[in-house]
Design a protein around this ligand. Structure first.
Ligand code: URA
Ligand code: SF4
Length: 197
């Protein structure tokens, strides 16, 4: 475990910076391999995550694991986190203020891990990190912003009652790891959307 990341974990566990700290059971720091080439970013912990203190351990997590398996990737080899680290009551979408208050933790996770690419899972992460909307329109695309690459895909929870979307998620995750392989081989990746120009 990386020392700096462990410090963030502890801070998240004890954090009371926003109102969500009053209703959570456990806060949910990011989890996984600190040397990962990719960070997956979801929205916020749900019921199971709130109970266990770990990200993506409920049904949405099972969907994500399935999609990863389809690309031959284990959960342990990657790093997973959320835009906000505490569960919003009744799983409502976290407010702009909650997201902004929590943003520093995500920023630190990214600057410590320095992933080759960040995988955005769903609209809340898309909106919070890149100011985007309509993920179903942009999914599968590569974004470049401030010298960081991002890959956009749907939220695993959206695939729970939608087999077609599950197929889309699986296909996207395969594309993502193909891209990572190319990046590691030193290939230049052209972004579909480049915010730096
Ligand atoms: N949904 C999320 O966005 N994150 C989790 O950790 C679990 C479900
Ligand atoms: Fe702190 Fe983030 Fe939890 Fe709010 S959501 S209490 S800012 S860790």
């Amino acid at each position: 475990m990386d020392y700096e990341l462990e410090t963030i974990r502890q801070k998240v566990k004890e954090c009371t910076k926003c109102e969500l700290s009053k209703t959570r059971t456990k806060s949910v720091p990011g989890k996984g391999n600190f040397q990962s080439d990719v960070i997956f970013v979801g929205e916020a912990p749900g019921r199971n995550e709130d109970k266990n203190g770990e990200p993506f351990v409920g049904i949405a997590g099972q969907k994500l694991s399935l999609a990863l398996e389809g690309a031959g990737i284990s959960r342990e080899s990657i790093y997973i986190t959320n835009v906000v680290k505490c569960r919003p009551p009744n799983n409502r979408v976290p407010t702009i203020s909650e997201r902004e208050t929590c943003h520093d933790y995500l920023q630190k996770e990214i600057s410590i891990i320095k992933p080759k690419i960040i995988c955005i899972l769903g609209n809340t992460a898309f909106n919070s990190i890149l100011g985007g909307s309509e993920i179903t329109k942009y999914r599968g695309k590569i974004v470049k912003k401030d010298n960081q690459l991002y890959f956009l895909t749907v939220h695993p929870a959206a695939t729970i009652y939608n087999q077609e979307l599950m197929a889309v998620l699986k296909q996207d995750i395969i594309k993502l790891f193909d891209l990572i392989r190319e990046l590691k081989n030193g290939k230049q990746i052209l972004a579909d959307i480049d915010y730096s120009t």
